[in-house]
Unconditional design. Structure first.
Length: 510
């Protein structure tokens, strides 16, 4: 009979004998600790931490994180103490378990619940991003079993919190593997009838177009092989329910205007193969104008890199085609952990060996923008992206829940757009942001020294709203401080907070 830890070990990236032993010890410890405890589904409680550990293993997390996932509820729900965790599993596992436990202790009602949920997530994640990864895995399994939660009001609250808190975090961390599942599960709970209707439509559309999609896949594989592209693989998918529902609203509820219901993904060995494949596709099919996107040359701020094009086959089927390398595929699924996973796979390095040393920074430098304080972190913690650090600082600085809630709405949950520096770097800003917000996002020094701005080569006022795709250049002077008037022009709370702090510092000196 297979051991209960087999699923966890199979999901890990080349686990060593030490990894396997640690997982088994943690599992047996948690099983004894939880004893006869049951989930609301009636299943033994140990199934929950086991499911979390499997998700963490699939994400390529290190041994300590997976062990912490197995143990994450022992301190809160059983007589086990945090000191026992440290004695048996070490200081790092204690830190991670303690971080996750702190997120679960306080209960809130109404609107402030969501604000405080994110505030606690940020505080717990300030020194080690693995805490939030464990919490995401925890939330995923809770959502998978949410139908057993009573009463319905509690189910709705959990689903809403998932949609408003955990989905944006998974998206900003680039963890597509979790983000899309959480979106659909929350949507299914919050709008069951609409979910059912759209799910049925997509299933029927998938069956109707299956033959045409298979034919397109075969034509594509043949063309790539004839072009000399080797060791590629292809995948096809029908758009997930929530993503389709969101786009359907933007397209006036006309499904024929949603061009990416069907997608083919091509995974190739090298960057050069990506662009060669791009050319092959446009030789055999007609691309739809305005639907070509090069996220390799200009990655999304969460690190997403892929070539996109949308084509029409001779059988009138519209298909979005995505082309990426194996490393880009890992990035798309696993987000901030992707570089670590890919490095282990391609170089055969020991899993977990360098998981604590700047994996986010190596994944995509533009996501990090490390502060001096972050750079001084020891190897006992995992650095955090700047957007999380900024929000965590904001959580401490803002007076009152309402002010912090406004900041979150403006900086974190707002609809986003991508603009560019003159060098082609992508800057992620909320809709309605101005050159001042752009300057802060690039570097705080730019705000201090800013004298003007050019957008798409033309001088503009600092109150000018930026638009998707703008190229923004900040004009600077040698010495300067922000102007108080700029507070009226900024969209992001973080930029306003910085300007106020700088002006206050100047007043105190004078």
């Amino acid at each position: 009979m297979p051991h209960a830890t087999d699923d966890i070990i199979r999901a890990m990236q080349s686990p060593s004998s030490e990894d396997q032993k640690a997982i088994q010890v943690a599992y047996e410890f948690a099983k004894v600790a939880h004893g006869e405890e049951k989930r609301k589904s009636g299943e033994p409680y140990i199934i929950h931490p086991t499911a979390i550990a499997v998700t963490l293993a699939k994400l390529g997390m290190d041994r300590e994180t997976i062990v912490a996932g197995i143990l994450h509820d022992t301190v809160e729900d059983t007589p086990v103490t945090i000191e026992e965790i440290e004695e048996k599993f070490g200081a790092t596992v204690r830190f991670l378990v303690e971080g996750v436990t702190k997120l679960s202790k306080l209960k809130y009602r109404g609107v402030e619940r969501h604000v405080e949920s994110l505030r606690r997530l940020l505080v717990a994640t300030a020194n080690d991003i693995r805490v939030i990864i464990i919490k995401l895995a925890d939330r995923l399994h809770n959502m998978e079993t949410i139908n057993f939660v009573e009463p319905i009001e509690k189910r709705m609250r959990i689903a809403l919190e998932t949609k408003e808190i955990y989905v944006p975090i998974a998206e900003r961390l680039g963890i597509g593997l979790i983000k899309s599942q959480l979106e659909d599960l929350a949507f299914k709970t919050l709008e069951p009838e609409r979910y059912k209707k759209i799910h049925q439509f997509l299933e029927e559309r998938g069956e109707t177009e299956k033959e045409a999609l298979d034919r397109a896949l075969n034509d594509l594989r043949k063309a790539l092989a004839e072009a000399g592209i080797r060791n590629f693989r292809t995948e096809s998918r029908v758009k997930n329910v929530h993503s389709f529902a969101t786009k359907l609203i933007r397209k006036g509820n006309d499904p024929d205007k949603v061009y990416d219901i069907f997608a083919i993904r091509i995974i190739v060995p090298t960057l050069e193969d990506c662009y060669r494949s791009f050319g092959v596709i446009h030789n055999i099919w007609r691309p739809i104008p305005g639907r070509i996107k090069d996220y390799i040359a200009s990655p999304k701020p969460n690190g997403y890199r892929t070539l996109h094009t949308t084509i029409i086959t001779p059988h009138k089927l519209i298909i979005e085609i995505q082309i990426r390398s194996e490393e880009m595929q890992q990035e798309s699924k696993f987000g901030v952990m992707a570089h670590f996973i890919y490095k282990n796979k391609s170089q055969g390095s020991e899993p977990g060996k360098d998981s604590k040393i700047g994996w986010v920074g190596r994944f995509v430098p533009s996501l990090m923008k490390m502060t001096r304080a972050e750079k001084s972190l020891t190897q006992t913690s995992t650095p955090t992206p700047r957007w999380l650090t900024d929000l965590n600082t904001a959580a401490e600085d803002f007076e009152g829940e309402e002010a912090f809630h406004d900041a979150l709405r403006e900086d974190f949950f707002a609809r986003r757009m991508f603009v560019f520096t003159p060098k082609g770097d992508v800057i992620d800003l909320p809709i309605g942001a101005t050159p001042i917000d752009f300057a802060y996002a690039v570097h705080t020094n730019l705000v201090d020294l800013m004298s003007g701005a050019r957008v798409n080569g033309k001088m503009v006022g600092l109150d000018t709203e930026l638009h998707k795709g703008d190229i923004v250049e900040i004009q600077t002077k040698k010495i300067g401080v922000p102007n108080k008037k700029w507070l009226e022009y900024t969209k992001t709370a973080s930029a306003r907070r910085y300007i106020r702090a700088t002006l206050k510092k100047k007043e105190n000196k004078s």
